[in-house]
Design a protein around this ligand. Structure first.
Ligand SMILES: [Zn+2]
Length: 500
């Protein structure tokens, strides 16, 4: 599911036209507003120039200008359209004439955007020694296509409807808009609105240069803001605590089995990015103190989902829709984080106990309960024959931190490998090319290596040391820094699956 959502969020990067969208809900409004065109009248003094900053314009688009010199001298100015490099040359006094033109009286023209970058429009009156110029500037960004509008509308409607079917809350508004250059996302209690600035996503993209990662991060940020919104509405004390709201975002995503935003957010914090830069660009809201601890929190929660989910059940159960509670009660996959007794108590309070349907579901789930008790720490692994037929084994990279060497080894599924010169043995149980986890169920949603994961055990002198809890430990090829095997001498990383 998150693949489609990634695509949809990606489209947000490209939206430029004004659209007012209302949801099926009678009170909530979802509004998407455009980047304002430059629409400005200025006076440029003699021997001077004026700059307009056009942040993060996307490659492949173009900007159309309509510029008129209203008064002053010969009614002429030089106009330059420069990227971040060009503006440096310009400021050093070097020639940038190929990016500019003379405008006399009035002119309409457009400049193509050859790379995604910060751009500048320069209205240059330096050649005029005595007269100032009054100039009007109108700039257009390309219009957003009808198809994109529909997809974005649908994305928010689906998200909102999922939330509405899950939790009890007063309707709130979602506003996706340009915020005059502020790369921000926040919940405003006064207007009861989550405001997502397009600049936020644009800047995230400018840092990651990766569409999927950007959309995953945006999704995580939305759920973070949702945490502020719902905890505020529910009258809970931690609504403005960043840690608590980070937990909220993580819990909801884990409940949905949509873990990529969590990992990408952690990766984003931990990898190549400068902390001050990320803080300034992504979390302009000063409540968001961004530290490496925040990334470590995400990874800890991700690796111990049950601790987190169990901690939150007392918050969620009383604020969940009855339908959702009934579903929880009936669904095996959720059982490990919700106490049946908590749901029973809640439903009892709501007078659902007499409902025939309820008791039927409860009977059914009691059976499931018994089975679940046995498998407490284990996952159900569902693999189609097609997947089993295609993959014969995995390639692992073994790092020897003492000898400072790495070696690549191929191990067949259901085989074992002894790491030379050590007491360690690696056993490979599974390979999932397109891993997806929904609470206690693990599966591969396709046969393509979109998210390769191996299920392994590491045994030291006959004693299983990885994973510490449960039967199989999961190694993510895409997120090697997140694999949880820790050993003084050896590191083990999944490289890829081996096809039959
Ligand atoms: Zn926040």
């Amino acid at each position: 599911m998150f693949k489609n959502i990634s695509k949809i969020i990606l489209i947000l990067l490209l939206l430029f036209l004004s659209l007012h969208v209302s949801t099926n809900s009678s009170f909530a409004s979802i509004i998407v507003t455009p980047k304002p065109f430059i629409n400005s009248k200025i006076v440029v003094p003699p021997s001077a120039y004026t700059l307009f900053n056009l942040p993060y314009l996307q490659r492949g688009a173009s900007v159309a200008f309509q510029i008129s010199v209203l008064t002053g001298g010969n009614r002429d100015v030089n106009v330059f359209f420069l990227n971040s490099e060009g503006i440096m040359y310009f400021k050093k006094g070097l020639s940038v004439n190929q990016y500019g033109r003379l405008v006399k009286n009035s002119a309409s023209f457009s400049f193509p955007i050859n790379k995604t970058d910060n751009y500048y429009l320069v209205i240059d009156n330096r050649f005029s020694l005595l007269t100032s110029k009054q100039v009007s500037i109108l700039a257009h960004y390309p219009p957003w296509e009808e198809e994109n509008y529909k997809t974005t509308k649908k994305y928010y409607e689906e998200l909102y409807s999922f939330l509405g079917n899950t939790f009890i809350f007063r309707d709130f508004n979602i506003k996706a808009t340009y915020c005059q250059g502020q790369a921000n996302a926040f919940y405003d209690p006064r207007s009861n609105s989550i405001i997502i600035c397009h600049e936020h996503e644009e800047k995230t993209f400018s840092i990651t240069r990766d569409y999927n990662m950007t959309s995953n991060i945006s999704r995580w940020v939305f759920y973070h803001e949702l945490g502020h919104a719902l905890l505020y509405q529910w009258g809970l004390p931690g609504w403005d605590s960043e840690d608590r709201v980070d937990e909220f975002a993580t819990v909801i995503l884990l409940m949905e089995g949509d873990y990529k935003p969590i990992l990408d957010m952690a990766k984003y914090y931990m990898t190549t990015f400068d902390w001050d830069e990320v803080e300034a660009k992504v979390f302009m809201d000063d409540r968001h103190a961004l530290t490496p601890q925040r990334a470590r929190n995400l990874i800890n929660w991700f690796n111990n989902p049950n601790d987190l989910l169990r901690r939150w059940q007392t918050t969620f159960v009383p604020r969940s829709r009855t339908e959702f509670l009934l579903k929880l009660y009936g669904e095996k996959s959720y059982k490990s984080w919700v106490d049946s007794s908590l749901i029973t108590e809640e439903l009892k309070k709501r007078g659902e106990r007499q409902d025939k349907r309820t008791s039927k579901i409860m009977q059914k789930s009691q059976k499931i309960n018994k089975t679940m008790a046995k498998e407490k720490n284990d996952f159900d692994i569902l693999l189609s024959e097609e997947i089993k037929d295609k993959w014969s084994g995995v390639k692992l990279i073994i790092e020897d931190k003492v000898l400072n060497e790495t070696q690549e080894v191929s191990i067949n599924i259901n085989d074992e490998y002894n790491i030379p010169d050590s007491s360690l043995k690696i056993k490979v149980g599974f390979f999932l090319p397109d891993f997806k986890r929904r609470e206690r169920t693990i599966t591969s949603v396709s046969n393509n290596p979109n998210n390769p994961v191996a299920g392994v055990q590491i045994i030291d002198n006959g004693r299983k040391i990885f994973p510490k809890v449960g039967e199989w430990g999961w190694m993510y090829a895409e997120f090697p820094s997140i694999y949880p095997f820790q050993h003084k001498r050896f590191g083990v990383i999944l490289k890829e699956g081996i096809k039959k």
